[in-house]
Design a protein around this ligand. Structure first.
Ligand code: YSA
Length: 463
């Protein structure tokens, strides 16, 4: 049964406004994060620009952001929301990350053109564990890199815990009556879906009610007065603000963060199928690092401000150096280093560097320095096999066993014409017998490359 709600008051109309403009001239932490472009909009605009900075100066506040467990890992888009929480945390405020064990069962329609297939409770639980791991690792790495902030807490909650035992009739009669249909229908996420041929189910339509109730619950139980979310969350954040205003008469605040898009302009994320994951099992530290190294000059300064804690003056200096020596890709490398350390720790960053060296610097030493896990991560797409090393095993036999070349004369010709390299060394004699220390590395591995980019990894087992 829902807890008794207090009283209803009139909802304050609001329009959002760029935060850097609202807070221009202010020197506090909100303005500083707004200058980085991370806190993009604040609402309600007409009062929050004045009230929120003084609330934050009055003592530690509690801020929250939610993540639906629709996959078993967070991705780089979600990382921005976690960075928002970390900025509050480092300024001495308490951060709550809510895993949407309940909301994931409904499916947030925000930014989606189709309704999600329902998720089974078992997968939601498994996903929630993966997301919890992403969150704990991020906060743990942050503290190792930047030091703990005494007094400021970081808590992970699952909203399934406060809907358990909540009856539908009780919830609808106590909570539902505070939501106006007109306002709910006006939300962008609802409007765009209503116009689509598929329409919208009641399940998705009421999603905003649950996210609003979460904010109310956290306000009541944890004194939380601020919710963060990407710009796609605007409607959900507003619903929470309206609801709390109606039942308690108190003002709470929403802060919107920018959405990260791919070079083609699509939102980066799981639905778009272009996600860069934070859990190592899905995206290796090497792939993660390379994503940032590959960023174009046009976005690298923006990303340094959004994804790192480097002071703005240092970023300016990095960009000045870059103008003098653009071929060094200094800002890209620094960006990749900072974000990889935060997401995968110093060890993950070292691993990414080892893999980069092994692949792009064609060095046998670097290949030997890599662990089996790194090799497999590096060539995740590459066939990997364990083969028995029999005396007299030839280059040709190995390539055939790995199906790296076609059988018969064509395969023989690919090798003899220079199409094969083993451990970065060209091998042109198909009948050459494998030698440890040359074709086989000290760690018992061979890296075969056929043509420009077909890699195969062999792990040798001795007789
Ligand atoms: C929020 C609050 C609750 O009380 C309960 C649930 C939620 C979850 C919320 N409705 C949601 O579905 N969020 S999400 O799991 O899709 O994403 C988590 C956060 O990452 C959101 O703030 C979202 O805006 C942000 N995000 C996702 N892709 C992004 C991104 N931010 C920047 N760039 C992207 N590409």
């Amino acid at each position: 049964m829902a807890a008794p709600l207090l009283r209803a008051v009139r909802t304050v109309p609001r329009i959002s406004r760029p935060l850097s403009r609202t807070l221009s001239g202010s020197s506090d932490f909100l303005a500083a994060v707004a200058r980085r472009g991370l806190f993009k909009e604040l609402f309600p605009a007409e009062s929050a620009g004045l009230q929120l900075p003084s609330l934050l100066r009055s003592g530690p506040q509690t801020v929250y952001c939610g993540f639906d467990p629709t996959a078993d890992s967070l991705h780089v888009g979600n990382l921005l929301a976690v960075l928002g929480l970390l900025h509050f945390h480092r300024a001495g405020h308490n951060a709550i990350a809510v895993i949407g064990g309940a909301t994931a069962q409904l499916g947030d329609p925000s930014g989606r053109s189709h309704e999600r297939d329902p998720l089974m409770p078992d997968s939601i639980e498994a996903n929630a564990r993966g997301i919890r791991q992403s969150l704990d690792t991020l906060f743990g790495n942050y503290e190792l890199l930047h030091g703990a902030r005494p007094g400021a807490t970081f808590t992970v909650l699952n909203n399934a815990s406060w809907y358990r035992g909540q009856g539908a009739v009780g919830f609808l009669s106590s909570v539902g009556r505070h939501f106006r249909m007109g306002t709910m229908l006006s939300r962008h996420s609802v409007q765009s879906r209503l116009r689509s041929p598929e329409g919208m189910s009641l399940t998705e339509f009421v999603y905003q009610v649950l996210q609003a109730y979460d904010f109310y619950h956290l306000h009541r139980e944890h004194g939380c007065a601020i919710q963060l979310g990407g710009t796609d969350q605007l409607g959900n954040l507003m619903s929470g603000q309206d609801f709390i205003q109606r039942v308690t008469g108190q003002q709470v605040f929403g802060i919107l963060l920018p959405l990260i898009t791919s070079s083609t302009g699509d939102k980066l994320g799981k639905s778009a199928g272009n996600a860069l994951w934070l859990n190592r099992e899905r995206t290796s530290p090497f792939e993660f690092y390379q994503f940032f190294v590959r960023q174009q000059d046009s976005v690298v300064e923006k990303f340094l401000k959004l994804f790192t804690f480097l002071p703005l003056a240092e970023i300016e200096h990095i960009m000045e150096q870059h103008a003098k020596e653009p071929e060094k890709r200094g800002p890209q490398k620094r960006l990749a280093a900072e974000v990889t350390k935060l997401v995968h720790g110093k060890e993950g960053f070292e691993s990414a560097k080892r893999c980069t060296h092994a692949l792009f610097h064609s060095s046998t030493d670097a290949l030997e320095a890599m662990s089996d896990q790194e090799l497999q991560e590096l060539f995740r797409e590459a066939p990997f096999a364990e083969l028995l090393l029999e005396p007299g095993t030839r280059v040709l036999d190995t390539c055939l066993k790995m199906s790296a070349i076609p059988a018969g004369a064509r395969g023989y010709e690919i090798i003899s014409s220079g199409g094969l390299s083993i451990n970065h060394r060209r091998v042109t004699n198909p009948d050459e017998v494998l030698v440890v220390g040359q074709h086989i590395l000290k760690n018992g591995l061979s890296l075969l490359k056929v043509g420009k980019k077909n890699f195969y990894i062999v792990k040798w087992m001795h007789l």
